[in-house]
Design a protein around this ligand. Structure first.
Ligand SMILES: [Zn+2]
Length: 202
């Protein structure tokens, strides 16, 4: 990305150029990125089942940009729309070290899976809790990219884990559901207590 300072902006030499400059500025300003609130377990709204996106329009693209911004701000590697209380089938993931390679999965659907792997998982909706969860080792998925193009892709390792975790969110499931009842109760208690403490301190 190139950063430009005001002094380097070309002086518009014609009315057309001037109008183009003003117009592109207006377009650029049309959507200001927004940080969205992430629902925290055991919030019941994490249980909603998301519905498919039928058209990738400007509203959906704005939502995706906000989700990516929110994920980066929270230092997450994945975020599902249900986690920000939007019941649409959208997932964003970035597994790059530099956190500048966001991937977008609209209506992701696992069509094949094989093998198994154990991996420690965490979740922006379950802060401070990490647990080993068993998932399929390899998956094949169908989804739409941000241009609305249908894609079929195979995933393994972290991407497979992450996609399975996020697709669970779209079905109203949280990784904690895969732990024992006792562990679920402990996590619930701890997060409710922390929420109460932070509300008291606010
Ligand atoms: Zn999660």
């Amino acid at each position: 990305m190139a950063l430009i300072s005001l002094s380097h902006i070309e002086k518009p030499s014609s009315t057309v150029q001037w109008l183009r400059l003003v117009f592109s500025h207006l377009l650029f300003q049309d959507h200001t990125m927004a940080l969205l609130d992430i629902l925290i377990y055991p919030d019941q709204r994490l249980r909603q089942r998301a519905i498919a996106v039928d058209e990738v329009d400007a509203g959906i693209l704005n939502l995706i940009d906000d989700m990516i911004e929110t994920m980066y701000h929270a230092s997450g590697i994945g975020l599902a729309a249900v986690q920000i209380n939007v019941a649409r089938r959208i997932v964003v993931i970035d597994l790059s070290e530099t956190q500048n390679e966001p991937r977008v999965f609209i209506n992701p659907e696992i069509i094949e899976q094989s093998g198994s792997q154990l991996h420690e998982e965490g979740c922006l909706s379950v802060p401070g809790i990490f647990a080993e969860i068993g998932r399929a080792e390899k998956i094949k998925i169908n989804y739409l990219n941000r241009n609305g193009k249908p894609i079929t892709e195979e995933a393994d390792e972290m991407l497979a884990v992450c996609l399975q975790h996020e697709i669970d969110h779209l079905d109203g499931k949280v990784f904690v559901d895969r732990l024992s009842r006792l562990k679920q109760e402990r996590i619930k208690k701890r997060l409710l207590k922390e929420a109460k403490q932070s509300a008291n301190n606010a």
